[in-house]
Design a protein around this ligand. Sequence first.
Ligand SMILES: [Zn+2]
Ligand SMILES: [Zn+2]
Length: 345
Amino acid sequence: MKALIREDLHKIKLVEKPKPQILDPRDAIVKVTLSSICTSDLHIINGAVPNALKGVTLGHEFVGEIIELGSAVTNLSTGDRVSANCETFCGECYFCKRGFINNCQNGGWKLGCSIDGCQAEFVRVPFADTGLTKIPDSLSYSEALFVGDILSSGYFGAELCEVKSDDTVAVIGCGPVGICSMQCARAMGAKQIIGIDIDDYRLNLVKDKGYAHTVINPDKQNVCDEILKLTENKGADCVIEAAGGKNTFQTAWQIARPNAIVALVAMYEENQTLPLPEMYGKNLIFKTGGVDARHCGKLLKMIENKEISTDILISKYFDFNDIEKAYDYFKNKRDNCLKIALKYD
Ligand SMILES: [Zn+2]
Ligand SMILES: [Zn+2]
């Protein structure tokens, strides 16, 4: 089968690999029907992920059809249409039992990092019972593609913030994860959603689609002043930082109202400074975390109920054979690309 590998630092290559086999009774083999490229794949290619193996098949965001199951898989059947969780987790260890599945002692980020991922025709998914979720018949593969990674990340941001009805939620970063956070915050009852980004295309998009009520461009406006104007001088009740830019962490705590929760779901490339003397008395709660994809079933239901939708994030479909072109398109945000989807037939 064809598979895209990280051949070396900064180098990817489409190669022939043997079709994966069941190695553990809890495995499933999935025929990939749609997959995507994630910014984390770019981090691997750039050498920023120490666990990533050379020669590994990239990719961890996908949907597909189960073609083979290990003998210990109980919740799934061959022929099931499934969305995959980007985190591998056992469901049984100390952390999994408490719901902290991204800290699983037997799992973690494996697919497309330390074991072969989904940018191939077939993929072996360990702990299939927890790693795969059946897609409801009424949903297409496109509608379910982002459930196990960016939608889960966006939901996690809103969940960490404990969004309540009547809250004003400020989302820094109007990219794919930020858009997911906005939709989830709205579904949780947020009264006002404010999108912050330096990219006018993305600001216009979230405004036009109704994901944010108001948008702010920090290159053109003073974010703190604008937020105060929009919140009767209080500041935002919830801040979701999904940008990971140079100054975005500072913006995040500055625009938060006293006693707010600031959720940091962005992946930073540098250390950030916590200016405690300046924050004194603001009584902020900071929560950090990457994706915590334990709500895939719930997210699929929310899509089915039309509370959220993510297929709009697919800026362009590519044939899987053109995956190298797709990487170029995604990485360079050509045509203002948000996400791409790879088709396999
Ligand atoms: Zn990812
Ligand atoms: Zn576990």
